[in-house]
Design a protein around this ligand. Sequence first.
Ligand SMILES: [Zn+2]
Length: 267
Amino acid sequence: MELVDIGANLTHESFRHDLDAVLERARAHGVVQMVVTGASRDGSEHALALARAHPGVLYATAGVHPHHATDYDADTDALLRKLIVHDEVKAVGETGLDYFRNYSPREVQLRVFEQQLAIAVEHGKPLFLHQRDAHADFLALLREARDRVPAAVVHCFTDSREALYAYLDLDCHIGITGWICDERRGTHLRELVREIPAHRLMLETDAPYLLPRTVRPQPAHRRNEPMYLAHICEEVARDRGEDAQTTAAASTATARAFFDLAATIRG
Ligand SMILES: [Zn+2]
């Protein structure tokens, strides 16, 4: 079984001391490639550095998360434009809108999202998108840009059926995290995930966040890692009424096509 984790925050400080061991454990659990999320100015540079250090295994995105929108200035914009031309950088993002936390004011989030949409349009790169409690504004901006970018994934999808179909109608991909493994809040997702076409469905851990609740025993440190991606694959497979091999093969093929990843050679 080969899996691709399309969203791993491996630049997070919690991975600083043992990243090589994390990557080894990922591989031992079938996670053969990972896309390192760039969510800030420094984080995006760091993500590219990690991708360069692990060719064919790690890839990167370059973007600024809506939480950090107030940090986005002309230098940040110039930096993202510099990063996006590298082969290892496969998408613009993480970008989008988050009205759940509102760490940055909404008007700033909207402007910074538009600026990053423009970068994706100009460079013909896919989008790696975050949306929480901001569906209407998010959809309006995405709709304007959608036919001018090659592909777009709404990562960590946790929203409603209506939102899901709005994104699918725009020919977006959907990223599913370990949220679905949480019996307290993932129930609606378990039904919705059946309705996502296989060629639009991808899997992600969002490590170190969102440790799947189906991991037993739960590690004391609570850090999520790419090696737990199989738990998400198994839950999605169960909900879709298919075996995990089928979900794994389809989501891996979809991720490789979306991010233009090399097919790995079995070792
Ligand atoms: Zn996110």
